[in-house]
Write a protein that binds this ligand. Sequence first.
Ligand code: ZN
Length: 412
Amino acid sequence: MSGKADPRAAGEGTTSRTRLDRGRAALGPALELVHTGRAPTRAVLTAELGVTRATAGAVAAELEALGLIRVDARPGAAAGSQGRPSHRLAVAEDGPVALAAQIHADGFRAALVGLGGRIVATAPGCEVVDADPAKVLGSVVEAGAELLRQTGRRCVGAGLAVPSAVAEPEGLALNPLHLAWPAGAPVREIFAQQVRAAGIEGPAFAANDVNLAALAEHRHGAGRGARDLLCVATGHRGVGGALVLDGRLHTGSSGLALEVGHLAVNPEGRPCHCGSRGCLDVETDPLAFLTAARREPGPEVSLLQQSYDLIREHYTDPAVRTATETLIDRLGLGLAGLVNILNPDRIVLGGLHRALLDADPERLRAVVAGRSLWGQSGGVPILPCGLDHNSLVGAAELAWQPVLDDPLGVPA
Ligand SMILES: [Zn+2]
């Protein structure tokens, strides 16, 4: 279509400028469509953006010139939205990366994550997590910097996932209980300092690990296409939750929403560090599972891994089976309460909760349906999380967000 056919254009100069402006405004949305796998071809991109083929072509070419995506030179056999062959679009395999870092109760992991949520390289570090956040964050950033040196990739910025609520706007880790860090540690500022000290360009972000897992699942995993996505997951210790509404994390007024771990599911249960009793956090996490299965937690691997191994290899053991059913019933009770309050259209489960779902999906779905007002009429789909290392991928999403908002700002 010629630019002159645009009724909004007044003259030749205005026409090309209008098209250019429209193209620029479409760069971010176009990159997000390719990033989340929703625009596999230029024809789909054209339809999704609601622009002309010429504009979509120019936008795709610009993103390719920025080194962010790859456009197949010839229209492939893959059909576009109208069944015609169309140029295939993909994220650039050798493009820039975000440095992602995750701290958990048993150590840390650093990774480089490209567009599309693709993990390019990882470096695990298993150690006793030091009580000084600066030491741990220094180690994980150094591991990430080493990955950057090895791969020679451009870096857009850094994101950190921590097993604690992170209060905004200061970026304070309020309750890093299983890390022995001081409550209220300014983790985002410490992380940003370590990133700068390592000579890594770009902004630095930090957020709660389950929030980040939910964001990653919504963009690249089992939550794709959900409108109100509820994610509930255990880490190596404890339980967290997150809600993604219309593609954005619901964080509450100061970043502290969705502390689902402190929903009471067993009034006679064990005391919780929050002051209550029988919370999901202490009744359905890996330690609770090992205790219910009458196993002594060993020091070799994480409690989460020990729980996985027990369910996978010893499910026929009556004590393991009973423990699994007990935890499924408690988790189901918690999920039913959340369904009543939040009315999600999908639930994804991670960590040990994913293993509980895999062990007996019918039992969990029946408990949720039987105990929730809306669950009885049809039920909410409950799915296992679909990504490995979703908190890391989500941490990278934080660092990718400025580029998704303005692709022209990507470091050259
Ligand atoms: Zn509690």
